[in-house]
Design a protein around this ligand. Structure first.
Ligand code: MG
Length: 257
């Protein structure tokens, strides 16, 4: 099932996105999409609604250097254990919402990533049990002010600007994360192309590692790391991240007015 959050003529709601004979439709979900969702009976043509970020996370946990070729392009090796950091939930935006480059950064990079969405409160989850706590998967962009990340010696400022966590277009609950192609394009030019099978730590290992540290809540998002090919974005450009089987997350880039 594809789970989205939509702005419709009737307000904001979670919805299941289904293919119907006359085109895709958004079927309104009552309350929230966790567990077994119930439906209100109301629906809209997908063309008549706007897709928002598919989830409002209480936190976004990110994995650093989870593809060896990206660790190498950053001048190091992938660490033996996962390295984790946080992005604030205030950095989340949906598809088509502009990524805003802060005026004091010389280099704002895209990082296309597979995003995991947690489906229930959990702690100390074994890798083998991770599937049971995951609601589904979406596409993410771990936007980074690279100069601020490097200047500070830790990553909070460089990773946390408002609009630096695009997510979408929806959550796919039936997705197999083990070997999907991931492509990032800038103005239609392919910049990143890899497969999730190249992750150093797979989704199960990541959920085990993070949930040893912190309680995960429904809707929390894990960004699983970016492959090689990261690079800067300029105002007026458009960045699109596609994960095979999930869809494409596309955002324009602007400078802060
Ligand atoms: Mg990243």
């Amino acid at each position: 099932m594809r789970l989205g959050r939509v702005a419709s003529p009737d307000g904001v709601a979670f919805a299941a996105i289904d293919d119907a004979d006359d085109g895709p439709r958004a079927r309104e979900i009552a309350e929230h999409p966790f567990g077994t969702p119930t439906f209100t009976g109301r629906s809209w043509a997908l063309a008549d609604v706007r897709l928002l970020a598919p989830i409002l996370a209480s936190k976004v946990i990110c994995i650093g250097k989870n593809y060896a070729a990206h660790a190498a392009e950053m001048g190091g090796e992938a660490p033996a254990d996962p390295v984790i950091f946080l992005k604030p939930n205030t950095s989340i935006i949906g598809p088509e919402v502009p990524i805003v480059r802060p005026p004091n950064s010389e280099r704002v990079d895209f990082e296309g990533e597979l995003a995991v969405v947690i489906g229930q409160p959990c702690k100390n989850v074994k890798a083998a049990d991770a599937k049971g706590v995951i609601l589904g998967y979406t596409v993410g962009n771990d936007v980074t002010a690279r100069d601020h990340q490097q200047a500070d010696g830790q990553w909070t400022r460089g990773k946390s600007y408002d609009t630096f966590c695009p997510l979408g277009p929806w959550i796919e609950t039936e997705f197999d994360p083990s070997d999907a192609e991931l492509i990032t394009e800038l103005d239609g030019e392919v910049k990143q192309r890899s497969r999730t099978s190249s992750m150093v730590h797979d989704v199960g290992a990541i959920v085990e590692w993070i949930s040893k540290v912190m309680t995960l809540l429904p809707g929390d998002v894990i960004l699983t790391g970016t492959p090689e090919g990261v690079g800067p974005m300029q105002a007026g450009q458009r960045v699109s991240v596609t994960v095979e089987g999930l869809g494409t997350l596309s955002n324009p880039v602007v400078d802060k007015a």
